[in-house]
Design a protein around this ligand. Structure first.
Ligand SMILES: C[S@@+](CC[C@H](N)C(=O)[O-])C[C@H]1O[C@@H](n2cnc3c(N)ncnc32)[C@H](O)[C@@H]1O
Length: 422
């Protein structure tokens, strides 16, 4: 494809993404399905450029107040992630001069009132809640959230040990190191096409952020138990729980989205697990849920949330969420946790988790639940993680709850609390 044609396509794609009606990853995949002629390299350049615009949108929009052409084109020139030669072949001399000037720009020299936002690239409503939590670490957190996430794998312990998976990956040319905290994790160098490897297709590894691996470990699920993954989605944590149960017992994977549960099927097939029962529910008070009341050993609530802990991989979320959407989510989270708790039997364990960094979706939900449910006793998350052979468990927790931060732990931002039913 000629550079000019590729830029026109990028313009079209960015226009669609910036409408913010659909998640960026879904817009990008659907666009690639409609433009099958695009090669692998071209797809990579388009996706990375669009994601770079989303990451530093505040800065690029500020710069794009000058220049010519559509706003999308100016943003693309500023955020371009392909080769410089390709860029030169697509732009005019005037654009080249403008771009060179823009590249000299120092956000700290922008007019007062703008400069901080042009560095952290966060919406204003998010700044104070984050500062309230991390204080002086705010700049480090904001910078970490601007970096693309690495690639973590969870080793499927029912098939292989971590060292053996690491060696098998190396034999296929993929270098990976054990993750610092999770005993099951491998962190891969670069972004290799994992789904073409035999190790992946044999189900020996799954893609999963180290933080997500730790959330699943908090359930302490064991052989022969009855376990519910209440918000299973495409089953990232379901697969981890099934392996912890050594493919025995019964693991229900609930979700209101049949579409997401369907994505679990091929992953289940690869994993070799036969103890998983996916079940679509209409809402958290579904009859299917009621029938299991008081019967379940471990319940994981990986609640629907703002996803603001995953900005490294989903930078569009900071522009798509708002104070209003977060308020709606917190009401839903409290209701789901309340329903899911009814499943837990006496002596059983309940985990509430999110991939959000907001107090309102995390500690506030936990406080309200604990006050309203004296039959649930909070457990110290660090002690639970230590029992699960997690390294430096205390450094991952605060006030008895798991609190993972990209700038401190190199994971996405995650939160979790654990209770035992008396
Ligand atoms: C954070 S995602 C789950 C991710 C998944 N556990 C994983 O590890 O890949 C939250 C899920 O909650 C589901 N959900 C939303 N409302 C729900 C409800 N009322 N009951 C159960 N699941 C719900 C969403 O469809 C979504 O898949």
């Amino acid at each position: 494809m000629t550079p000019k044609a590729l830029f026109a396509l990028c313009d079209e794609l960015l226009h669609e993404v910036l409408r913010f009606t659909t998640p960026a990853d879904a817009v990008v995949s659907s666009f690639f399905r409609q433009n099958r002629a695009l090669g692998a390299r071209e797809r990579q350049t388009l996706a990375e450029t669009v994601y770079e615009v989303l990451r530093r949108r505040a800065k690029y929009q500020y710069l794009a107040r000058s220049g010519h052409g559509s706003i999308e084109r100016r943003l693309i020139l500023l955020a371009w992630q392909g080769s410089e030669a390709y860029l030169n072949a697509a732009i005019t001399e005037g654009e080249r001069t403008w771009l060179d000037n823009c590249r000299q720009f120092d956000p700290m020299k922008a007019s007062k009132g703008h400069n901080a936002a042009l560095v952290h690239n966060l919406p204003e409503w998010l700044v104070e809640p984050l500062k309230a939590q991390v204080g002086e670490e705010f700049d480090a957190l904001a910078e970490a959230l601007l970096q693309p996430a690495g690639l973590d794998l969870r080793v499927n312990a029912i098939k292989v040990k971590r060292e053996a998976a690491q060696e098998a990956l190396a034999a296929e040319g993929i270098r990976a190191q054990p993750t610092p905290f999770s005993p099951l994790g491998l962190r891969v160098d670069g972004k290799p096409a994992l789904n073409r490897t035999e190790v992946f297709n044999r189900g020996e590894v799954e893609v999963q952020d180290e933080g997500s691996q730790l959330l699943a470990l908090l359930t302490e699920a064991r052989r022969g138990e009855m376990v519910v993954d209440f918000c299973a989605g495409a089953g990232g944590k379901t697969l981890a729980l099934g392996a912890m149960m050594r493919n025995t017992g019964r693991l229900y994977a609930f979700d209101v989205s049949a579409h997401r549960l369907a994505a679990l099927k091929p992953r289940l097939a690869r994993s070799g697990l036969s103890n998983v029962y996916p079940a679509g529910i209409t809402h958290e008070r579904d009859d299917r849920v009621k029938r299991l009341a008081g019967k379940i050993d471990r319940v994981l609530v990986d609640a629907p949330c703002s996803g603001l802990g995953t900005l490294r991989r989903n930078p569009d979320l900071k522009w798509r969420q708002s104070e209003k959407s977060v308020a709606e989510l917190t009401a839903k989270q409290a209701s789901i946790l309340d329903s899911a708790a009814r499943l837990v039997k006496s002596g059983g364990q309940l985990v509430y988790a999110t991939c959000s960094v907001l107090e309102a979706e995390n500690e506030a939900i936990v406080r309200a639940f604990t006050e309203a449910h004296p039959d649930f006793e909070m457990l110290d998350a660090a002690e639970v993680l230590e029992r699960q052979k997690v390294e430096q468990a205390a450094s991952l927790c605060h006030d008895g709850m798991l609190r993972l931060w990209p700038h401190r732990h190199g994971t996405d931002g995650f939160f979790a609390a654990v209770w035992r039913r008396r």
